[in-house]
Design a protein around this ligand. Sequence first.
Ligand SMILES: Nc1ncnc2c1ncn2[C@@H]1O[C@H](COP(=O)(O)OP(=O)(O)O)[C@@H](O)[C@H]1O
Ligand SMILES: [Mg+2]
Length: 295
Amino acid sequence: MAIEIRPREDQPVVTTRPTTEPASARVPTRAPEQAAAARTTKIEARDLNLYYGSFRAVRDVTMDIPANEITAIIGPSGCGKSTFLRSLNRLHELAHGARMEGRLLIDGVDIYERSVDAVDLRRLVGMVFQRPNPFPTMSIYGNVASGLRLGGGPKPADLDEIVERCLTRAALWDEVKDHLGAPGTSLSGGQQQRLCIARALAVDPEVILMDEPASSLDPIATLRIEELMLELRGSYTIVIVTHNMQQASRVSDQTAFFSMGEDRAGYLVEMGQTTTIFTNPREQLTEDYISGRFG
Ligand SMILES: Nc1ncnc2c1ncn2[C@@H]1O[C@H](COP(=O)(O)OP(=O)(O)O)[C@@H](O)[C@H]1O
Ligand SMILES: [Mg+2]
């Protein structure tokens, strides 16, 4: 790993792309010995505080997210789940007045370190949003190919293959292979969401963040997204925010429960194996939430 890790107290949140280093030096990569180990930590949050101006939306989160498993984040509305998720690929810093304290490491590399380029990071850590957002002017094919061609480089010779592979991986190929030139927005909501997942896969990410990816979908489309997540499990580290507790218990390996303090800051109440969180949580607050007594 070429990236030197330093504390970042005196560094600006928004960093600019350094011109002296090759792109490869700026992207945290997975060490082979790490990938081989049975269970490794992919993401480490340490004393993470996230602010919008003077308002602290997330307080003191310390969390380990294991590699190649599915981690669900649940909790009442407004407790900072989306804010926390967006900090994992540095989207948080784009919000007005946004600020963070603490550290976020991926494969041991501090992603807020000056030498880590945010654009490169967002390829490594892809994101799927609540509302499917295919690029409106682009075809189905173009949507998947877009990430690969963003750099303005030449069209890869195997682009057709990559597009097919990603659409297959996203369980959409059979439904769209005969009209790849149709607008992405002509698909149903569930298909659009799978298209967005295919688009995220095209740039070969290691982590996929999903913020309530099925909340705008009907139950059948929701089930397809859940099946897809389970197929991607093992190849990608997936972090999903969901307000649907059945969904969390169906798809995730671990569950993190967030709640909100008197100061309205969200914080991590507890995290553990999903079965434990749902059957035998440590905290009364978790018990109350999962049994529907609040939230
Ligand atoms: N861009 C923003 N600017 C200011 N406050 C925000 C912004 N986004 C979210 N918030 C506030 O931060 C808190 C956490 O929001 P959010 O992360 O969206 O919660 P959740 O996803 O758990 O519902 C809320 O009080 C919300 O109003
Ligand atoms: Mg949210």
